[in-house]
Each structure stands twice: as structure tokens, then as C-alpha cells.
Design a protein around this ligand. Structure first.
Ligand code: MN3
Length: 203
């Protein structure tokens, strides 16, 4: 069974950038909802373990259940770790391999943020913006709904290893930022967990 991971900080830790109310609803209602639906689905297919034909049919007819809720659980578990309330100082940041790789690709963190923001704003409706590692190179891409760059069988997705992910569903920002996804993305840049990115990049 899948379970809701604990946040690595308190609900109010990311304020003023990401507010407590949004974090609570996002974690306890939205993420929990994906976990519940995923478990319900796993429970359902467990009953079919002795009937392969029925199992196959159930998986195929419930493809979106698995894709949306499995994706939702993975993406949110990843997203919480992309953020932190601990500020990193510039000297330490400059020592990180991910920092130097971003500079190599975009010349400055500002340029990187501009492109990331542009892509995140381009998501129509609900989805995610990602920094991925593809064939040893950093790229920025987006996905719809709860899809992610690890989903191998879905054609439109640019595949790669997620390094950073940003939830741009309205539920991630509407309480504080209303329709201003723009301001939410700027706020997100203040709480990026560079140590987590470094870890994703190296390992
Ligand atoms: Mn979300």
C-alpha cells in the first residue's frame, strides 16, 4: 500500500512564498486523494491475481486511474522535496555540480529561471514544468495533468530524469496567487532545494 509521505518541513515553513493554507490543502487533500485512489485501484487489481484475463482488462480499462493517481503520487512526493525553507549561500551554491551545469547551459541562473518560467506559463490547464537530464544534457520540458518525464509509453512526453519539478495546477497557487501563475513561479524560485537538485543530478 502507498502512503502519504511526511513533508520535510512544516506547513508554514515556506511562507511568505508558499502559504500554509495552500500547503495544507495541497498535501492533506490533493496528494492524499491520489494516494487513496491509487490504493483503491491496487486493491481492485489484487483480487484479479488468479485471473489474468480479467486483470489485463481491468488495467486497460483503468489506464487513466493508474496514470493519473500513480503520477500524482510520484510527482507530489518529488515536488515536496524540491522545496526547502533553508537558504543556501552563494559560495555553497557555486560549488554544486548542478549549478555549474546550469551556468554552462544557460549562462546564468536568471536565464535559466526565465526559460523555466516561460515553459511553466505555457502549460495550458493543469500540468507540470520539469528540469530533466536527457542524454547527459539538462533540458526544460512540460507535461499535462499528472504525467511526468519517466512515463516511457506516452508518446508526447520528452523522456528524461527529473531534476526539478514544479506543479502548475491551480490548486498549487490559487488560494494565495489567484490567477497569477506568474507570481507563484517567481515565489517558487525562492524556495528551491538546491541540495535535492544536486542529489538528483549526481546520482
Ligand atoms: Mn498538486
Amino acid at each position: 500500500m502507498y502512503s502519504l509521505p511526511k513533508l520535510p518541513y512544516n506547513y508554514n515553513s515556506l511562507e511568505p512564498h508558499i502559504d500554509k493554507e495552500t500547503m495544507m490543502t495541497h498535501h492533506k487533500k490533493h496528494h492524499q486523494g491520489y494516494v487513496n485512489k491509487l490504493n483503491k485501484y491496487m486493491d481492485k487489481i489484487k483480487g484479479y491475481q488468479n485471473n489474468l484475463k480479467e486483470l489485463q482488462e481491468t488495467i486497460e480499462s483503468n489506464n487513466f486511474t493508474l496514470r493519473n493517481n500513480g503520477g500524482g503520487h510520484f510527482n507530489h512526493s518529488f515536488f515536496w522535496k524540491c522545496m526547502t525553507n533553508k537558504k543556501i549561500n552563494i559560495d555553497k551554491l557555486k560549488k554544486l555540480q548542478i549549478y555549474n551545469e546550469i551556468i554552462k547551459e544557460w549562462k546564468s541562473i536568471k536565464n535559466f529561471e526565465l526559460e523555466f518560467k516561460e515553459k511553466a506559463l505555457s502549460v495550458f490547464g493543469s500540468g507540470w514544468a520539469w528540469l530533466i537530464l536527457k542524454n547527459g544534457k539538462l533540458e526544460i520540458t512540460t507535461t499535462h495533468n499528472q504525467d511526468n518525464p519517466l512515463m516511457k509509453k506516452i508518446k508526447y512526453i520528452k523522456k528524461g530524469k527529473p531534476i526539478l519539478g514544479l506543479d502548475v495546477w491551480e490548486h498549487a497557487y490559487y488560494l494565495k496567487y489567484k490567477n497569477k501563475r506568474n507570481n507563484y513561479i517567481d515565489a517558487f524560485f525562492n524556495v528551491i532545494n538546491w541540495d535535492f537538485l544536486e542529489n538528483n543530478f549526481i546520482n
